[in-house]
Design a protein around this ligand. Structure first.
Ligand code: PLP
Length: 443
């Protein structure tokens, strides 16, 4: 299929009609940046209801890890659906839930035994991490990071510190959550360079928050994204994560890594924390794990997961169809797609970096594997955030047939399906180049 192929004005007539109906009956709280109404998808391409074909570098917010409707995943789903759809893994047993827990134990980024708790989303995975951390340590408090996003249910939302609109009107949130500065190396408040810094941004956490606000022996867990997703695709240097590991070990605090967006091969390793050679105590997984079916998992060291029957459960968590999709997904990731994310991600990164030479709007290109952020600025010296220009580039890319999403205040994220080919990466670079040119000419 030729990609991209734009046949109508956007949105086309059929898309327009659906969007109008949506406005009448669907919650207005969703953040739709542009009017895409999907009809079908295959690999890294998406066709809309009017027959327009797009190259997908958004993957349903970093979810369609194996591409749209990968035949192996569809086969696993239909095979399981024909046998049974639901039995509730919290009250009964079924083999596919055991098999996915075994598969997760084989890829978890920590040595020793682990156990899995199953929910249906990222936010539920985080809720499970929070409850488990309190239960296992007997401590009430949590540390999270400014710019972090961990979900929207009340517990997870209390950790989220990404955009004020996500919290506005919903207080009071969970007590005992403290936020520390994250490693934003493009905007380092200490003007340090990642190569030569010892994660001094963590001094605020270690020497102020844990001294002036909360005693370390009252903290259950530190929850961190190894690469901040919604925060703007910020890559925490290994130093930062290793220092966090040392700090948590010293004080008996659990290190919970939120790999909901960065996990399942997207960074070019199965989990982004592996780049730092750090072993967490608990890891939260969702998004890419089941190629689009809802599944969220908290994977914890076995010695931590000692809560008794009834302490925590979910009717739909570990749905057998989602588990079957996850098993097929992990097989594809292990066999080829994690490696593809690393190699094609490198090509995409190089191509996007090269665009900086001709586009003054590009302030920074960063990321790992197929998790790449491009931060737009009005001036490279002052780093003034090009927020409206960012929104305009996302829309211009859409009009040219490239699906990307914003992240943070002024970054654009590339989070394509991990099946993206080298040729498709080149197409993405070309379309992005054109979108930047359009916006630069206009502004
Ligand atoms: C790092 C991270 N954690 C948690 C979540 C919440 O996941 P969900 O939307 O599935 O609840 C997200 C969603 O974007 C995320 O990026």
């Amino acid at each position: 299929m030729t990609v991209p192929l734009i046949r109508t004005s956007l949105p086309g007539p059929k898309a327009k009609a659906i969007i109008e109906r949506d406005g009448a009956v669907v919650s207005p709280s969703y953040t739709r940046g542009y009017p895409l109404v999907i009809e079908r998808g295959s690999g890294a391409t998406v066709e809309d209801v009017d027959g327009n074909v797009f190259l997908d570098c958004a993957a349903g917010i970093a979810v369609n890890s194996t591409g749209h409707s990968h035949p192996d995943v569809v086969r696993a789903i239909t095979g399981q659906a024909q046998r049974f759809l639901h039995m509730s893994g919290t009250d009964f047993y079924y083999d596919v839930q055991v098999r996915i827990a075994e598969a997760l134990a084989s890829i978890a980024p920590m040595r020793g035994g682990v156990k899995s708790f199953f929910g249906n989303s990222g936010t539920e995975a985080i809720e499970a991490c929070l409850k488990l951390a309190r239960y296992a340590t007997g401590r009430p408090n949590f540390i999270a990071f400014l710019g972090g996003f961990h979900g929207r249910t009340m517990g997870a939302l209390s950790l989220t510190a990404s955009k004020a609109i996500q919290r506005r009107g919903f207080g009071a949130l969970l007590a005992g959550v403290f936020h520390a500065p994250y490693a934003d190396c493009y905007r380092c408040p200490l003007s340090l360079k990642p190569e030569s810094c010892a994660a001094e941004c963590l001094d605020v956490l270690e020497h102020q928050i844990l001294v002036q606000l909360v005693s370390p022996d009252d903290v259950a867990a530190i929850v961190v994204e190894p690469i901040q997703g919604e925060g703007g695709y910020l890559v925490a240097p290994g130093q930062f994560l290793r220092r966090l590991r040392d700090l948590t070990t010293k004080h008996g605090i659990l290190l919970v890594v939120d790999e909901v967006q960065s996990g399942m091969g997207r960074s070019g390793r199965m989990f982004a924390i592996e780049h730092a050679a750090v072993e967490p105590d608990v890891v939260a997984i969702a998004k890419g794990i089941a190629s689009g079916l809802p599944l969220g998992v908290a994977v914890a060291r076995s010695d931590l997961m000692k809560w008794p029957p009834g302490a925590h459960a979910s009717t739909f968590g570990g749905n057998p169809v989602a588990c079957a999709a996850a098993l097929a997904t992990i097989k594809l990731l292990k066999n080829q797609l994690v490696a593809n994310a690393a190699t094609v991600g490198g090509r995409l990164m190089d191509g996007l970096k090269a665009l900086a030479a001709k586009h003054p709007l590009i302030g920074d290109v960063r990321g790992r594997g197929l998790m790449i952020g491009v931060e737009l600025v009005r001036d490279r010296q002052t780093k003034e955030r090009a927020t409206s220009e960012r929104d305009a580039v996302v829309k211009a890319a859409f009009s040219k047939g490239l699906l990307v999403l914003g992240a943070g205040k002024n970054a654009i994220r590339f989070s394509p399906p991990l099946v993206l080919s080298a040729g498709q990466a080149d197409t993405a670079i070309r379309l992005f180049d054109e979108a930047l040119t359009d916006v630069e000419i206009r502004s």
